[in-house]
Write a protein that binds this ligand. Structure first.
Ligand SMILES: [Zn+2]
Length: 65
């Protein structure tokens, strides 16, 4: 299945702090600081949550957008 191939690539991109859609670094993108996290919006429109303590990115949940 294609999804089985894409998921590890996306996980790898996120671990590198990069957008899973366009591969661009999420550092210095437009962000909104919250309690211990930042909401980062990529230029391609995807939204991520950056945990500033662990320095990890993940896709934002629908209710966080
Ligand atoms: Zn992007």
């Amino acid at each position: 299945m294609l999804k089985d191939v894409i998921a590890p690539i996306q996980a790898w991109l996120l671990s590198q702090g990069r957008c899973v859609g366009c591969g661009k670094p999420l550092l210095n993108k437009k962000s909104v600081k919250r309690d211990g996290t930042e909401k980062v919006t990529c230029e391609c429109g995807r939204i991520y949550i950056h945990d500033t303590k662990t320095n990890k990115y993940r896709r934002a949940l629908l209710e966080e957008v």
